[in-house]
Write a protein that binds this ligand. Structure first.
Ligand SMILES: [Mg+2]
Length: 359
């Protein structure tokens, strides 16, 4: 279920990465604030016959894991983006970090026109549940018409999650709470409890969706109402779309902290997904994606970066600016690391003896 037939054909006709990638451009992009423990996001842009693509596995990922991200890069470098079902842009959510309530209006001002807001909660050592509630109330005042999502990043124990979800529900309607507990079984138990308690709080799985098989196990266990998906770790736009279809759950497309080049592929996935009745019921007629993350960078490869206008991202490929590629080029040692990584991942995905990439 991982390699789409189109990408498989590309790989069958290409012996080595340099036959597909005419350019390999590793970059180190500065972040506006620490995120996921990073102040610099290293990633690698590649150029193929269809245009620029991104290979963005985090540095600590091993070859098998990074190989799925390579499939996404191969797809975008070799093939056109799939046809969008909607071409009026992809709405994105604003993201409010775990700040004090009084800081919310200043952050909200950066996101004019958004229809959904994601609020970070349960950040241990930074904010208590009362702080979280105060932040949510402040967000509701700042965005009176926006759908509210909360993201706990798996931080609650089972019992904390029950207390928190009960309190969160009292603040007003919630589109969903993302990853209240860390593991899939815990999500399934919590979702069952939510249903018995008749709490109007849909649950989304984010960190639980990392491997290709995860959307299916989340669906099989009834662990979530919504899955948060990223194109790169699922092996590209076409592979992700087929995995989402197989899971049969409403999906919210999110970024893997890519540069604007990779975000464009995420937007292509979001615009390509069919909108089921269940998805529309839960997420509205134009579901907001978590693709507004170019705002987290203080430097990007494109000018302008792929940022939302009136709450939406424009569709289409992003072409990096040559002077920005030079400005943010990773050093020669890191360039060697990325070239070798691409070669190792290429070997991994084209090794005919492996069946873990079979569709
Ligand atoms: Mg999340």
């Amino acid at each position: 279920m991982l390699i789409s037939p189109e990408v498989r054909t590309v790989l069958e006709h290409t012996a080595k990465p340099h036959e597909l990638f005419e350019r390999i451009a590793p970059v180190a992009l500065p972040m506006a604030a620490r995120f996921r423990g990073l102040t610099v996001r290293e990633t690698c842009l590649v150029k193929g016959p269809a245009g620029w693509a991104e290979f963005a596995p985090f540095a600590e990922y091993d070859v098998p894991e990074a190989s799925r991200w390579l499939l996404a890069a191969v797809e975008s470098a070799a093939l056109p983006f799939p046809r969008p079902r909607r071409d009026d842009g992809v709405p994105v959510n604003a993201t409010i970090p775990a700040v004090a309530a009084h800081e919310v209006p200043a952050i909200a001002a950066r996101y004019p026109g958004v229809g959904a807001v994601k609020i970070k909660i349960a950040e241990r050592g930074i904010a208590s549940l009362d702080d979280d509630i105060a932040r949510i109330d402040a967000v509701r005042r700042a965005f009176p018409d926006a759908a509210v999502r909360c993201d706990a990043n798996g931080a609650y124990t089972d019992d904390e999650a029950k207390t928190a979800l009960t309190a969160l529900a009292r603040t007003g309607p919630l589109q969903y709470v993302e990853q209240p507990v860390a593991d899939v079984e815990g999500l399934a138990r919590l979702r069952e409890w939510v249903s018995i308690a008749r709490l109007p709080v849909p649950i989304a799985a984010d960190e639980s969706i990392r491997k290709v098989s995860d959307p299916l196990s989340v669906a099989a266990l009834g662990a979530a109402d919504v899955i948060v998906v990223k194109a790169q770790p699922l092996g590209g736009i076409r592979a992700a779309a087929s995995i989402i279809e197989a899971a049969g759950l409403p999906a919210v497309v999110s970024s893997a902290l890519e540069s604007s080049v990779g975000l464009a592929a995420g937007a292509a996935l979001a615009a390509h997904l069919p909108l089921s009745e269940a998805a529309e019921g839960l997420l509205g007629p134009r579901p907001a994606a978590g693709l507004g993350t170019a705002a987290l960078f203080s430097g990007d490869v494109a000018e302008p970066a792929l940022l939302p206008h009136d709450g939406s991202l424009a569709l289409g490929r992003v072409v990096p600016d040559e002077s920005l590629l030079r400005e943010y080029a990773a050093g020669p040692e890191r360039a060697r690391f990325w070239t070798e990584r691409i070669e190792a991942c290429w070997e991994h995905v084209t090794d005919g003896s492996r069946d873990d990439y079979a569709i």
